[in-house]
Design a protein around this ligand. Structure first.
Ligand code: ATP
Ligand code: MG
Length: 450
């Protein structure tokens, strides 16, 4: 295993003080799986206070649980003192955290055999007490010891199994799967932040479809994501071979990996379909207004999981705008209005969402010639520097106030109408033309008010 220089330094410092140092967790698992490690979790028998004493710069990240972050050479390394965890009366936190001096004991409290590997840095030796390397080579997620007990201790492990399936393309072993199904209700006890963090990793996984189908098959959807559960079994005639849930899963797979906003927008874009489904006399189904209903449902779901506000806003916006229906009949004014409605900063994402949505129809990329046409028209219009937002107008609020239009709601209405005019006819975007227009509008609006 390749050990980065900073970790060698950490190992040397600990060793000189008489302590051990192991690389554990994802870095060892990924190395065995042939995936380059990203972050390194370390384990030691040194008590947290000793770690803080031995290293100049540390952060007490999770000091109660024995975790300290060492800052060294521009990197951050989480190091956790060996632990034993005995009883979990609330299925969430061990009743007491006890430190241990044995790596074997520490490995025995971990979740899955593939995660219970340790690399002894000094001896360059792999410790594998639970046949974890074999599990990795055969792509199996297997709980350590009794799966039922492991899931009772910490139900989040059920979701972690799905997350690892989504990241690694692994399969959950049968006994582990059965215990997971039996314990899904306990997932209600888990804090939304822990659920969110695992869910985000799952959604961004290379094999997200596998992970999302596992959520469905283990019975997790009704417990944690009822909005997605509602989409299962909702069939759509016509171009769709899949039910709404399956289509959403494949759309998610068709969105760029590692982009949380696009992955979530793709997964949630049709959440409004179950509530808006209407069957006509001829048997055709329509989902009128599902993008608006879907945006509301998405907001509730994402707020419940406490996603950051900006991520919620960007995802909602994409869900709400995903139904644009471009044809060659669109005039330049129509394309400019589309740009104005979507916002230049969201255009690329909305187009990627459309590609993902269409990937989700047949689980393969479709050519989408009209999207290429729309894109090149957008590029052309934007390079003309035509106004597409209020800021691009040749006049602003203070200019209008100087002309005697008072600050207030009317001023906003007038500016919006000026933008509409300019979207229709970019030639209108001069002070000379807009100021008289604004004054006229103001007079008209005031006389309507009185
Ligand atoms: P990643 O690559 O996402 O960091 P990871 O396996 O390192 O994957 P972490 O959440 O960083 O995952 O956890 C590090 C290690 O700590 C895991 O490999 C596992 O051994 C152990 N671990 C983490 N969470 C739990 C848990 N809820 N129950 C038991 N062991 C856990
Ligand atoms: Mg890790």
């Amino acid at each position: 295993m390749h050990v980065p220089k900073n970790i060698c330094t950490i190992n040397t410092i600990l060793k000189q003080a008489g302590y051990q140092c192991y690389i554990v967790g994802g870095a060892v698992r990924n190395t065995v799986a042939g995936i380059p490690p990203t972050d390194y979790d370390l384990a030691t028998d040194a008590p947290p206070q000793e770690v803080q004493r031995l290293f100049h710069r540390t952060v007490p990240t999770g000091i109660d649980h024995g975790t300290v972050t060492i800052l060294l050479g521009g990197g951050q390394y989480e190091i956790t003192t060996f632990r034993t965890e005995s009883t979990y009366s609330d299925s969430r936190h061990p009743d007491k955290v006890e430190f241990s001096s044995s790596i074997e004991e520490d490995l025995s409290r971990r979740d899955f055999t593939m995660n219970a590997l340790a690399w002894n840095v000094s001896e360059a030796r792999l410790i594998d007490l639970y046949e974890g390397a074999d599990a990795i080579r055969s792509g199996m997620i297997i709980a350590i010891g009794s799966p039922a007990e492991r899931f009772f201790e910490d139900p989040l492990r059920i979701l972690r199994a799905c997350r690892f399936a989504a990241q690694l393309g692994f399969t959950v072993e049968n006994a582990t799967k059965e215990a997971a199904v039996a314990s899904v209700q306990d997932l209600r006890k888990i804090s939304c932040e822990r659920v969110r963090d695992e869910f985000s990793k799952l959604v961004m996984g290379k094999f997200c479809a596998q992970g999302l189908f596992l959520l469905r098959d283990l019975g997790i959807l009704p417990v944690l994501f009822p909005e997605l559960h509602q989409c299962t079994g909702v069939f759509q005639k016509g171009s769709h071979a899949f039910d709404v849930f399956e289509h959403s899963v494949y759309a998610c797979e068709g969105a760029p990996e590692e982009d949380i906003v696009l992955r979530l927008a793709a997964l949630f874009h049709d959440l409004g379909k179950p509530a808006s489904a209407a069957i006509a006399n001829d048997g055709t189904i329509s989902f009128h207004g599902h993008e608006t209903i879907g945006a509301d449902i998405t907001r509730k779901l994402m707020s419940r999981l406490k996603y950051p506000k900006q991520i919620i806003r960007d995802t909602l916006h994409l869900v709400r705008q995903h139904m644009f229906n471009y044809t060659d009949e669109w005039t330049d004014a129509a394309v400019r209005r589309f740009i104005a409605r979507v916002g230049t900063e969201h255009l690329e994402n909305l187009i990627m969402l459309r590609r993902a949505d269409s990937y989700g129809l047949e689980r393969r990329p479709l050519p989408l010639e009209y999207v290429k046409t729309l894109q090149s028209r957008i590029t052309g219009l934007l390079s003309d520097e035509a106004a597409v937002k209020l800021k691009d107008l040749a006049v602003n609020g203070s200019d209008l106030m100087e002309q005697g239009i008072p600050a207030g709601p009317l001023l906003g209405v007038i500016l919006d109408q000026l933008l509409e005019t300019v979207l229709d006819d970019p030639e209108m975007n001069t002070r000379e033309k807009l100021i008289p227009l604004a004054k006229n509008l103001y007079r008209e609006l005031r006389s309507r008010e009185s």
